[in-house]
Write a protein that binds this ligand. Structure first.
Ligand SMILES: CCCCC/C=C\C/C=C\C/C=C\C/C=C\CCCC(=O)SCCNC(=O)CCNC(=O)[C@H](O)C(C)(C)COP(=O)(O)OP(=O)(O)OC[C@H]1O[C@@H](n2cnc3c(N)ncnc32)[C@H](O)[C@@H]1OP(=O)(O)O
Length: 214
């Protein structure tokens, strides 16, 4: 079984995966508090984006962040052992490059959830940066592409239509649908809503990798 199949086995049930008490990655326990640490880093990125600090605060923050980087550098691991981005049941897979996506319901053909883009993802005028939305869809649709026991696949194209602005600091709804497959080609579609208002929708092709294809 490949790594993705192992990870996805856990979240493919009706669940509220936010802040799981315990989680394992490839049979190993995830350190207690790991997702809390990721949440704090998300908060830090939001605060950083929104702050115009004094020179004194800039100096002390720079020092503190450098110390944190050094502490984590001592625990650097190779890709197979990385936790960030690999925790399928954590918000946003514990990957701060993207927003904290919470999956609420998932089956083989459909996935629904919630997402909140913080200040870190601000473009302008209180609206999410246009580049953050394809990231969200790639992640959302990529997860569903791997569902249902389907083989590993890669995004071949991702088309995003921006229908109306997506506000930051607002809980938005996401949905993903597995539309059809034609051989190795898997066609998926996704939506992002603010209440009843459609903010963006996406269509994507994921191509299943051949055995041994890297
Ligand atoms: C990143 C996550 C890592 C996870 C690690 C482990 C655990 C994590 C836990 C959970 C993970 C959960 C979810 C994952 C979340 C997100 C997923 C993100 C996925 C990505 O973000 S991944 C990076 C971006 N992605 C690329 O980096 C692709 C670069 N590219 C290629 O790697 C090749 O290009 C490939 C493989 C796509 C195809 O190559 P190939 O040689 O295998 O196959 P071929 O070219 O023959 O295409 C076969 C048929 O698809 C048609 N086709 C192909 N491309 C097309 C296009 N653009 N438009 C229209 N049709 C197209 C052909 O026309 C033919 O169609 P036909 O058979 O009908 O002729």
């Amino acid at each position: 079984m490949d790594d993705e199949a192992i990870v996805l086995a856990a979240p493919l049930v009706r669940t509220d995966p936010h802040r799981p008490d315990t989680e394992t990655w490839l049979g190993r326990p995830v350190p207690e508090g790991y997702t809390d640490m990721i949440d704090q880093v998300r908060e830090l990125l939001d605060r950083l984006a929104g702050a115009a600090p004094s020179a004194e605060v800039v100096r002390s923050t720079t020092k503190t962040v450098a110390e944190l980087s050094a502490a984590l550098a001592a625990y650097e691991v190779d890709e197979p052992d990385q936790l960030s981005g690999r925790l399928g049941s954590a918000a946003g897979r514990a990957q701060v490059a993207g927003p904290a996506l919470h999956v609420d319901e998932v089956d083989d053909e459909r996935m629904t959830g919630r997402v909140r883009f913080g200040r870190h993802f601000l473009g302008s005028n209180g609206v999410v940066h246009g580049g953050a939305i394809p990231y969200l869809f790639d992640d959302l649709l990529g997860r569903l592409a791997l569902g249902g026991g389907r083989p590993r696949s890669r995004t071949a194209y991702l088309h995003v239509d921006y229908r109306s602005v997506a506000p930051i600091d607002t809980e938005l709804r996401v949905a993903a649908f597995f539309d059809r497959e034609e051989g190795r080609k898997h066609f998926l579609r996704g939506t992002l809503h603010d209440g009843d208002r459609l903010c963006a929708e996406a269509t994507a092709l994921f191509v299943a990798l051949n055995p041994g294809q890297t």
